[in-house]
Design a protein around this ligand. Structure first.
Ligand code: ZN
Length: 319
């Protein structure tokens, strides 16, 4: 690591339901943290104030004085203009074109760097997590939806409109289910927890029996348990998810040819490491690129801290 990294960096993970802040030291260790509910219904200004307050709590937790911190990164849930520090859209919070970096910067009296949350998560994994020292990486986060990010030479590809690495909405040949974005057949309609549950529900509607209660909220752990118990309906849905994910990663792999693929997100991390060789095998069947050499796949390591850590990394870049 270059010597010019700041002594301390603040990193914020702004989610639809929670705000999580970490204080990173020069070596990337978390030396303090704080967390609170977002309470988005109170409006933009109130949320900015809550982020600032939580950041001060994290500094207090770390026994670090506010004046000794010069930079704060924030990973926010939606497309951003990283250069201007503007959040284009936050569907979970109802925000459109908010100058979040400027407003939080004023509240904290320091420089604030804004990034997309998924991009920050991938950057955190490359800097201090599962893919340390990788020159290039592609991350796929399989949770409620499917998030993705492309990191090249330690820098996230944000793209011209803030949609860089947005793999969930790649048009795919895996059916024509309606996606959250309004289109049909996007990759995340199969390669996500929502997609898996939809496939299971479809099978139940066709009269098949599942060893999984799909009424109400279904946890990823319940899906993993049904799979381990040999539920054929769950197995078929997961097989389909793996197939779709392999297809998506091969599509990006053929463009970017990354050194490593990072797999994370609630469902992927719950299914755990056994998922990796299955996915690698399916990728080898899907693309000639990976028939010649197996893709390198790793499981995300930083869990809940990934976004906040990555945001701090983005903010603390020596300039
Ligand atoms: Zn979509």
């Amino acid at each position: 690591m270059p010597a010019k990294l700041p002594e301390y960096r603040l990193g914020v993970d702004l989610g639809g339901t929670k705000i999580h802040v970490v204080v990173l030291d020069r070596k990337g260790r978390i030396v303090g943290s704080a967390r609170t509910a977002t309470k988005g219904e109170r409006g933009y200004a109130a949320v900015v104030e809550r982020i600032a307050r939580t950041a001060l709590e994290a500094l207090d937790d770390a026994d670090v004085k506010r004046k000794s911190v010069k930079v704060c990164g924030i990973g926010a849930p939606g497309p951003v203009d990283a250069e201007r520090g503007v959040m284009h859209m936050a569907p979970n919070l109802g925000w459109i074109d908010k100058p979040l970096a400027r407003d939080l910067g004023k509240a904290l009296a320091m420089r604030v760097v804004l990034g997309n949350d998924v991009n920050c998560g991938a950057l955190g994994e490359v800097a201090y997590g599962a893919a340390v020292d990788a020159r290039s990486a592609v991350a796929a986060f399989v949770g409620t939806g499917l998030g993705g990010a492309v990191v090249i030479d330690g820098t996230v590809v944000n793209g011209a409109h803030g949609y860089g690495g947005e793999i969930g909405h790649i048009p795919s040949p895996f059916g024509d289910a309606v996606c959250g974005c309004g289109r049909r057949g996007c990759l995340e309609t199969v390669a996500s927890k929502t997609g898996v549950l939809r496939l299971i529900n479809d099978a139940i509607a066709q009269g098949r029996k599942a060893r999984l209660d799909v009424t109400g909220t279904v946890k990823s752990s319940a899906i993993a348990e049904a799979l381990a118990a040999g539920c054929p309906v769950t197995k078929a849905a997961i097989d389909r998810m793996v197939e779709a994910l392999a297809w998506g990663l091969c599509a990006i792999g053929n463009v970017v040819d990354p050194e490593v693929f990072i797999l994370g997100g609630g469902l992927a991390e719950t299914l755990g490491k056994p998922l990796l060789p299955r996915l690698a095998g399916m990728m080898a069947e899907t693309s000639v690129l990976y028939r010649r050499q197996r893709p390198k796949l790793v499981m995300a390591k930083l869990g809940d801290d990934a976004v906040a850590v990555g945001a701090a990394v983005a903010a603390g870049r020596p300039v």
